[in-house]
Design a protein around this ligand. Structure first.
Ligand SMILES: Nc1nc2c(ncn2[C@@H]2O[C@H](COP(=O)(O)OP(=O)(O)O)[C@@H](O)[C@H]2O)c(=O)[nH]1
Ligand SMILES: [Mg+2]
Length: 276
């Protein structure tokens, strides 16, 4: 058991080293990475296509990597913006890792790119534990997903530097309780900025681009995600994950000042890294 925990911590530690080096290299090239996390279907690709199109309209040099277990559908959609786009196929892995990003960056990223948007694998669990060398981590939640998701996925929402509520055009139709959602966000991440968008209607498009450019230009309000991760994850697990599935249901434990459970840890592949 201890060896499994050690292995998982080693996987995360190695990823952290790779992410730190990648962030430094990219910042030296003038490129900032924006990491987009959400459940499948929240509207990452739809919003990103609109943001890339807006960036091109403003002559901001942007590029995008989009990750999925299968298909190149999202890369085709994003490429309609005219921005350079690459599809990353994760071969069954439920998240991206910094080394996967590094190989694409080295082989493809055009010189002069100011913002590299990364659409992570659709999943609010595994991707939350992996720093990709980003300088801005964004979690999207659509109005159809329910107001309690920040509480159910406190790692993803807790580490976000920006939260975007998507599909605002159908909020009323699905009875989205905005105040309840915001209160839940505040519980796991007090002070994080929350934006509202509708890619369908073009509402709020450009706001993500503005925030990303502010980070690139040194907005001191944004702290690197790794520092936040270290602060939030300075706790120990009372249980040990097993290969292929980190722990069983009904095994919650405390993270900082809140409790989270198995759904909030990476567990879909073996060996699976533990959230540390
Ligand atoms: N009504 C509405 N639907 C949207 C919006 N954004 C995305 N969708 C729809 O939601 C579904 C999933 O969107 P997609 O961008 O593929 O989500 P992803 O899996 O997070 O990349 C698609 O059917 C989109 O047309 C929006 O702003 N409003
Ligand atoms: Mg997508």
């Amino acid at each position: 058991m201890c060896r499994v925990v050690d292995l998982q911590q080693a996987v995360l530690a190695k990823n952290q080293d790779s992410a730190t080096a990648l962030r430094e290299d990219l910042l030296a090239r003038g490129t900032v990475v924006v990491n987009l996390l959400s459940s499948p279907g929240s509207g990452k690709t739809a919003l990103l296509e609109a943001e890339l199109t807006e960036a091109r309209r403003r002559a901001v040099a942007v590029a995008a990597l989009t990750a999925d277990l299968a298909t190149e559908n999202d890369a085709r959609r994003l490429a309609r913006s005219g921005a350079p786009v690459r599809q990353v196929l994760t071969d069954g892995l439920c998240h991206l890792e910094a080394d996967m990003l590094r190989s694409h960056v080295d082989a493809w990223l055009p010189d002069g790119t100011r913002l590299l948007f990364v659409e992570n694998v659709g999943n609010l669990v595994c991707p939350a534990s992996y720093d990709l060398g980003e300088s801005l981590r964004v979690v999207l939640a659509s109005v159809t997903e329910g107001e309690d998701k920040p509480l159910k996925y406190p790692t993803a929402f807790g580490l976000a530097q920006l939260v975007i509520v998507t599909k605002q055009d159908i909020a009323e139709a699905v009875g989205f309780d905005e105040a309840a959602f915001l209160a839940n966000v505040r519980q796991v991440n007090p002070g994080v900025e929350v934006l509202h968008t509708s890619a369908r209607r073009g509402e709020g498009v450009g706001l993500l681009l503005d925030r990303a450019l502010a980070v690139r230009d040194g907005d001191p309000a944004h702290q690197p995600v790794m520092a936040r991760q270290a602060a939030q994850h300075s706790h120990t697990h009372a249980h040990a994950p097993s290969p292929g599935h980190s722990h069983g249901p009904g095994d919650p434990h405390t993270l900082g000042d809140h409790t989270h459970g198995p759904a909030d840890h990476p567990h879909s592949h073996a060996p699976s890294p533990a959230a540390s």
